[in-house]
Ligand binder design. Structure first.
Ligand code: ZN
Length: 205
């Protein structure tokens, strides 16, 4: 896993101390790490995660880096010097930013995906160099309703792992996209079994 979170985490955030698997953050008796394949991709993915997501079992950015060797996750908002991605991005890096122009050229070699709530994402783009200066792209609306593992999401809002899958599809890598969606489906099943119900989608008023 390419997760660059400082270790050890504070005890209140340490999944192992909380009785959870470090890999999938699920209780050890329902750990599904053995079902997560190694997914090889041409496109490199850099996930910039808000630090509030580190301890959340429902964080899907972690699942991307768990499955994809060609990906890395870094955390914004931790104590210490601010995050700077300048040395982490190669040429032809784009940032996924909802509301920007849809992707036209599918040749994206490095995709930066911000992982957090929408307001956190807006803040990260302003504060983390060089996100503000990267060319931005958005994804086409999903053809089928996205899976839900969190409350209060907009009907069309994608989880980070779904967004990466959609980007891979646009970039001409449908097989890794399908594998990634299968990982998310496995995760959603696990969370539904733990909760005992499906997460309802937010209804627009
Ligand atoms: Zn696990």
């Amino acid at each position: 896993m390419h997760e660059v979170t400082p270790w050890p985490l504070p005890p209140a955030l340490d999944p192992v101390l909380l009785g959870k698997c470090f890999g999938c953050r699920m209780p050890l008796d329902v750990c599904f790490c053995a079902d997560i394949p190694v997914i090889h991709t041409r496109m490199r993915v850099v996930i910039v995660r808000h630090c509030a997501e580190i301890s959340r079992s429902s964080n899907t950015g972690r699942m991307v880096t768990r499955a994809m060797p060609n990906s890395v996750i870094v955390d914004h908002g931790l104590p210490g010097p601010g995050l700077d991605l300048t040395g982490l991005l190669g040429p032809d890096a784009w940032v996924l930013a909802p509301g920007s122009a849809p992707v036209v050229d599918p040749v994206v070699r490095t995709l930066v995906v911000m992982d957090g709530t929408w307001s956190q994402v807006r803040g990260m783009r302003r504060r983390v160099p060089p996100l503000q200066d990267l060319p931005a792209l958005s994804l086409p609306a999903p053809a089928v309703a996205p899976l839900r593992i969190r409350r209060g999401e907009e009907p069309q809002q994608l989880a980070t792992i779904e967004a990466v899958a959609a980007a891979l599809e646009v970039a001409g890598e449908p097989e890794p996209a399908a594998q990634l969606r299968a990982v998310f489906a496995r995760m959603a099943t696990c969370m539904r079994d733990l909760r005992g119900f499906d997460m309802p989608a937010k209804v627009r008023r």
